[in-house]
Design a protein around this ligand. Structure first.
Ligand code: ZN
Length: 155
C-alpha cells in the first residue's frame, strides 16, 4: 500500500528521537488510549496523521468486536483507494505498522503495547490460511506481514 513514504517517516523519527515534543503537541487531546507523553510525541511526529492513527486503531478494534467465535477477514472491493482499502483489516494493520515505524521511542513503545494486545486477540479469533490471500512480495519487494496470512471470507 504505497500511501505513505516510510523513508520520510524514518527520517522524521531521527529528528524527533531524544527530544521533548514542542509545547503545542502537549495541548492537543490524547490519542486513543496513549499516555499524555506518548500522545504528545504522536502529535509532534505525525502532525495531521495523529487522528488517522486513532481511526486505524478504532477500525482494528471494530473488527475484533464482531460477533462470533472465529472471524474471517473481509477483502476490500477496491483496495487501491485509501478509504476502501480500510475495509480489509489486514490493510488497516499495514497502515498501523507504517505509522508505528515512524514514531519516536516513547510513542512507539506505547503503540507497540496497544498493538501487541490487539494482535494477540486477532491471532486468537482468526485462523491461519493454508493458502495466503496475498502472494508476496509486496510493492516494496518484501514478503507480506503475518496478518495477511489469515482466513478470508469465502475461502
Ligand atoms: Zn474505493
Amino acid at each position: 500500500m504505497p500511501r505513505r513514504r516510510p523513508g520520510a517517516l524514518r527520517a522524521a523519527r531521527r529528528d524527533f528521537e531524544g527530544r521533548r515534543p514542542s509545547a503545542w503537541a502537549w495541548e492537543l487531546p490524547p490519542v486513543d488510549r496513549l499516555s499524555p507523553a506518548a500522545s504528545a510525541e504522536v502529535h509532534w511526529a505525525l502532525r495531521g496523521e495523529a487522528g488517522d492513527l486513532a481511526t486505524l486503531l478504532d477500525k482494528y478494534r471494530a473488527f475484533l468486536r464482531r460477533p462470533g467465535n472465529r472471524l474471517r477477514l473481509s477483502p476490500s472491493l477496491c483496495e487501491s483507494c485509501p478509504g476502501c482499502a480500510r475495509d480489509d483489516v489486514a490493510l488497516v494493520r499495514d497502515e498501523l505498522a507504517e505509522l508505528y515505524h515512524g514514531l519516536p521511542s516513547e510513542a512507539r513503545h506505547a503503540l507497540g503495547r496497544v498493538l501487541h494486545a490487539l494482535d494477540k486477540e486477532f491471532r486468537r479469533r482468526t485462523l491461519l490460511a493454508s493458502v495466503p490471500f496475498r502472494i508476496g512480495p509486496d510493492w516494496r519487494g518484501r514478503p507480506y506481514a503475518w496478518w495477511h496470512r489469515r482466513v478470508y471470507e469465502g475461502s
